[in-house]
Design a protein around this ligand. Structure first.
Ligand SMILES: *Cc1c(COP(=O)(O)O)cnc(C)c1O
Length: 416
């Protein structure tokens, strides 16, 4: 038997992660409620997953590519780790050149998800870097840095030592200004999950200035750019002058084209974004990410990349656009319904999330329970996205029209 000393040691940073993870706890409370109230019709507006099926243009391309894989001429084995040229070229043209942004083919890395990319990117950075993040925000940025050992322990409010938290609250329009302290890595998410806030060009320009002044790198998650309706808002951080020198951008087909189960996304790492060695030598992050991906990743399957390419055809754009408009109409109904019931509501105009202050100063979890009791609607407690999310609540627009209308009817007849 192995001695204690010889046992495989774990990465103890994982033990710093907070135990009561958000969605399992939601599941537990909903399960307990349903057990007590077996006839209650519970409507879930909690988890951020899409509900509408793949559009016909995507499905057709997906099928055709699967058929091709079964022929001698069309069979493909390993593809380029960075993605097939046909998809990379469409991304360059439609997502960037069409908005006046020059991105080269070898600056685009197709992947199986922005969750993985935004989680894996920290690997190419040194452990001593100071990380700044909006609070509340998508938990992946923080948790992956905790796992890597870039933080201390969490305090009783869930704040980790060593992290620069930037509160995103009603008072600053959910768009924190760059901090007065130095940070090396800055995670930004716009349109934001969970607040639904979107950064303006001027706000992003201040971040780009901050990064240039501090030699920092911005990790910009634009997974929800497809939901931006206001034409004055930027879809890419590269629409801001100077961002090509300081920013990495994450994009995904998950939410805007229904690819949460199909899996396709991409990350842009301009060759001009540099990091430094301890001795001060500049190194291209594009080279490091390319090395990381070619070592640890073998590419997205050919049929999935063909399905993603179909999103850019005229039919694909029209059909996915209709689905985005469908979700955004849900968002409008939720926003207006919550406002009509006297709640203080944010988001939902350029993002599929509606964020609101809990009534009467309730904690996020107390409001979760009250909402479930009174209306049988399930949402997500804001405190699950960071300490400054306490006292807020998130509803998502991803559901059927019928369920959204029913949920809102119940909410508007409720007094808190
Ligand atoms: C859903 C989501 C993603 C997308 O993740 P995928 O792995 O591409 O499905 C990325 N960032 C945020 C903030 C999200 O909410």
């Amino acid at each position: 038997m192995a001695t204690h000393e010889a046992m495989a040691r774990i990465n103890e940073n994982y033990l710093k992660l907070q135990a009561g993870y958000l969605f399992p706890e939601i599941g537990r409370r909903v399960g307990a409620f349903q057990k007590k109230n077996p006839d209650a019709a519970v409507i879930k507006l909690g988890i951020g997953d899409v509900t509408r099926p793949l559009v016909p243009a995507v499905l057709e391309a997906f099928h055709a590519a699967v058929e091709e894989m079964g022929t001698d001429a069309g069979f493909r084995g390993y593809g380029p780790e960075q993605g097939y040229g046909f998809l990379v070229d469409l991304i360059r043209e439609h997502d960037y050149a069409a908005r006046g942004v020059e991105i080269a083919a070898d600056e685009i890395f197709v992947s199986d998800g922005s969750k993985c990319d935004s989680g894996n990117i920290q690997e190419i950075f040194g452990i001593g870097n100071v990380v700044a993040l909006a609070d509340p925000v998508y938990p992946v940025y923080l948790d992956t840095n905790v796992m890597a050992g870039r933080t201390g322990e969490a305090d009783d409010q869930g704040r980790y030592g060593g992290i620069v938290y930037m509160p995103a609250v009603a008072e600053n329009g959910f768009n924190p200004e760059p901090p007065s302290v130095r940070a090396d890595l800055v995670y930004l998410c716009s349109p934001n999950n969970p607040t639904g806030a979107v950064s303006t060009r001027e706000q992003l320009a201040r971040w780009v200035d901050y990064a240039r002044q501090n030699d920092a790198v911005i990790l910009f998650d634009a997974a929800y750019e497809g939901f931006i309706a206001d034409p004055s808002l930027p879809h890419s951080i590269y629409e801001v002058e100077g961002a090509r020198e300081v920013a990495i951008e994450f994009r995904s087909f998950s939410k805007s084209a229904g690819f949460t189960g199909t899996r396709c996304a991409f990350t842009v790492v301009p060759k001009t974004v540099m990091g430094k060695t301890a001795s001060g030598q500049s190194v291209s992050l594009n080279d490091l990410w390319n090395r990381r991906q070619t070592t640890k990743f073998n590419g997205v399957s050919y049929p999935v990349q063909q399905a993603a390419a179909a999103v850019y055809t005229p039919e694909g754009r029209q059909q996915t656009g209709e689905i985005v408009r469908f979700y955004m109409e849900n968002a409008r109904l939720i926003r207006e319904g919550l406002s009509a019931s006297g709640l203080e509501v944010y988001g939902g105009e350029n993002a599929p999330y509606i964020w609101f202050r809990t009534p009467g100063g309730l904690t996020s979890w107390d409001f979760f329970d009250r909402l479930l009791e009174k209306t049988q609607v399930v949402g997500t407690p804001g405190s699950g996205f960071g300490p400054s999310g306490e006292g807020y609540f998130r509803l998502s627009a991803f559901n059927s029209r019928e369920n959204v209308e029913e949920a809102i009817a119940r909410v508007t007849r409720t007094s808190w």
